[in-house]
Design a protein around this ligand. Structure first.
Ligand code: ATP
Ligand code: MG
Length: 290
């Protein structure tokens, strides 16, 4: 694996000296589902205060990794510490200290957005007055004010995604996991979420772990990126390091080179080499005429 072993990460606004104090440190983290090895000996060291992006193709193991790091599912082997807590023996503390936007969140359709967020706040043992003020603040940020008393079953997909983001942030967690945070969102809402992620990292000093297929967003937001394939970490580094390592023009270009994915021109090159059936027919007709 092409690794970028630097002890100091220079990010846009500050310089983080890596100490032994990591927000996430995993050791040979592995998850098997029957014969499928979803995550294979994953070793991560993610410093506090950075935005980490986990990229990779469908089925690479991103969601499985995030679910293990949030103590939602247990690893088959290996372990990890998240914000100082062991995901196996201290799973409750991990959950209390982490906000999580799942890939396919389940919502209680018969609750209103406000009731749902109150319920989530209570799960985190937040005092009632804190819950109310956080809900007000979040509904305002996500432009959901005025709809808070509507049942979730009547919300659009994007609106539901926004409610789930509110739920992930309600307890003002140290560490935030976002699995495809901008899926289903309209361009303005996606921009707002990207700005929010950037603000949470820069101004509120949160550690953020994002899984995404949106490589331009990853390049813009992430200080450190890991590319995972078939459960194994292939590459890790800052966007610039990854781009430079393969002489690419941007992260998308680098990703395609690293993953060995052919560009569309390459995929269609056969059209020039192999004449189409129509062309073959034309040639036959010409020969007959002669
Ligand atoms: N509960 C499960 N039972 C069986 N197999 C599973 C389960 N969850 C995940 N897998 C398998 O583990 C592998 C990794 O899946 P995962 O959802 O982590 O991928 P991903 O990188 O998040 O993909 P995507 O980009 O499509 O969201 C896949 O082969 C998937 O089929
Ligand atoms: Mg996934």
């Amino acid at each position: 694996m092409a690794k970028f072993k630097k002890r100091t990460y220079y990010v846009k606004w500050k310089c983080i000296i890596i100490s032994d104090n990591y927000a996430i440190r995993s050791k040979d983290l592995t998850k098997k589902f029957g014969n499928i090895i979803a995550v294979n000996n994953l070793n991560l060291k993610i410093p506090y205060g950075i935005t980490y992006g986990l990229l990779g193709p469908n089925g690479a193991g991103k969601t499985t990794t995030v679910r293990m790091l949030n103590a939602i599912i247990s690893p088959t082997a290996g372990t990890a510490e998240v914000v100082g807590y062991d995901i196996i023996t201290q799973s409750k503390q991990v959950k209390i200290n982490c906000g999580f936007l799942p890939e396919s969140p389940g919502l209680y359709q018969k609750l209103t957005a406000k009731e749902f967020l109150e319920f989530v706040g209570e799960l985190y043992y937040l005092p009632k007055e804190v819950i109310s003020s956080r809900i007000e603040e979040l509904l305002d940020i996500f432009d959901l004010e005025g709809r808070e008393n509507d049942l979730l079953e009547g919300y659009s997909r994007g609106m539901k995604q926004k409610v789930c983001l509110c739920a992930a942030l309600i307890q003002d967690p140290k560490m935030i996991f976002l699995d495809e945070p901008t899926s289903n969102l309209d361009p303005a809402a996606a921009r707002m979420v990207k700005d929010l992620i950037s603000d949470l990292a820069k101004k509120a000093d949160k550690t953020i772990f994002i899984c995404t297929h949106l490589l331009d967003s990853a390049e813009e937001l992430c200080d450190l990126i890991g590319i995972i394939d078939k459960g194994e970490l292939k590459v890790e580094g800052s966007p610039k390091e990854i781009i430079d390592s393969v002489n690419a023009k941007d992260l998308e270009d680098a990703y395609l080179k690293i993953m060995g994915v052919s560009r569309i021109e390459d995929l269609l090159a056969w059209r020039e080499e192999v004449p189409s059936n129509m062309e073959k027919e034309k040639k036959k007709k010409k020969k007959k005429k002669k």
